[in-house]
Ligand binder design. Structure first.
Ligand code: SF4
Length: 246
C-alpha cells in the first residue's frame, strides 16, 4: 500500500468554504492568509518541493479550493513541474476564477449532493446552482474532464436516480459513497444504493471518516484494509486516477 501512497498528495489549500452545507462547519472558519503567503513564497523561490513531496498527482482540496486566492499560481507551478492536478471543488466559483485555473487542471471532481436548484440550495444554504450549470458549460466547451462525487445520506438517497441522470446528461462519471460505520442509511437504503454497483460510469465506494479539517463531502480514504478493497470500486478508481481513493 505504501507504494501507492507515493503516487499522490492531498494538498489542502484552505479550510474555508463559500457554501453552508447542513452538518458542516468549515464555512465558519477564518484561516485565510497564512498558507497563501507561504505557498506563494515557496513557488516564488522555487523551494516548494523542499516542503511538499514530489508526486505524480496532486489532489487540490479544501474547504473549497477556489476560496484560496493563489490557486492558479499553485496549479500552474505544479503543472510546470509535470504534476497532474485534480481539483476537488463545489464548482460555485465565479467563471473568471474558473477560467484562470483551467489551463492547469487535468480533471475536476465536482461535489454534487443534490441535483436540482431547490434541493441543492436548501442543502448548501446558497443560491449557486445556476453558477454550477453555467460553469459546467464552460468545462464542456473547453473539453475538461469532469467527475461528480456525492456522499449518499438519508436526505438525498431518494434523489439518486436524478443525480445519476444529471451525471449521465453531462457525460460524467458519478462517484457515490457512504461510510458504513457512521452512516444512518437504513438497510433498505443500502440495498437500494447497491443497485448502482453495476451501472456504467458509476463508482460505489465505502469510505472512512474525513479528517475534521477537510470538506466532509470528500470521498476520503475508502476502506482499504481488506481483500474487498482490492476487488472493489475504490481500487479500480485508484488504478484509474490514483489519489484520494486510498
Ligand atoms: S460540506 Fe464541503 S462544500 Fe459543503 S460547506 Fe462544507 S466544505 Fe463546503
Amino acid at each position: 500500500m505504501s507504494d501507492w501512497l507515493n503516487v499522490f498528495y492531498n494538498l489542502q489549500v484552505t479550510e474555508t468554504c463559500n457554501l453552508r452545507c447542513l452538518g458542516c462547519t468549515l464555512w465558519n472558519r477564518d484561516v485565510s492568509g497564512d498558507l497563501e503567503e507561504s505557498l506563494r513564497n515557496l513557488i516564488y523561490n522555487d523551494t516548494f518541493f523542499s516542503i511538499y513531496p514530489r508526486r505524480k498527482i496532486y489532489n487540490i482540496i479544501g474547504g473549497e479550493p477556489s476560496n484560496f486566492r493563489a490557486l492558479p499560481d499553485v496549479l500552474s507551478y505544479l503543472k510546470n513541474n509535470s504534476i497532474k492536478n485534480y481539483l476537488w471543488t463545489n464548482l460555485t466559483m465565479d467563471s473568471e476564477n474558473l477560467m484562470e485555473c483551467l489551463p492547469f487542471v487535468n480533471r475536476l471532481f465536482v461535489y454534487l449532493p443534490f441535483p436540482s436548484k431547490e434541493s441543492y440550495e436548501n442543502f448548501t444554504g446558497e443560491a449557486s446552482y445556476e453558477t454550477i450549470l453555467y460553469n459546467l458549460q464552460i468545462l464542456k466547451k473547453r473539453k475538461i474532464p469532469v467527475s461528480f462525487y456525492c456522499p449518499v445520506t438519508p436526505e438525498n438517497i431518494s434523489w439518486l436516480p436524478d443525480i445519476y441522470e444529471f451525471a449521465y446528461q453531462n457525460k460524467a462519471e458519478l462517484i457515490l459513497y457512504w461510510n458504513p460505520k457512521r452512516s444512518t442509511l437504513s438497510k433498505e437504503s443500502v440495498q437500494f444504493l447497491k443497485r448502482y454497483k453495476r451501472v456504467k460510469n458509476v463508482w460505489l465506494i465505502k469510505t472512512k471518516p474525513v479528517p475534521d479539517t477537510y470538506c466532509p463531502g470528500l470521498p476520503y480514504g475508502p476502506m482499504s484494509d481488506s481483500l474487498a478493497f482490492l476487488r472493489g470500486a475504490a481500487h479500480q478508481l485508484f488504478l484509474k486516477y490514483g489519489g484520494i481513493f486510498v
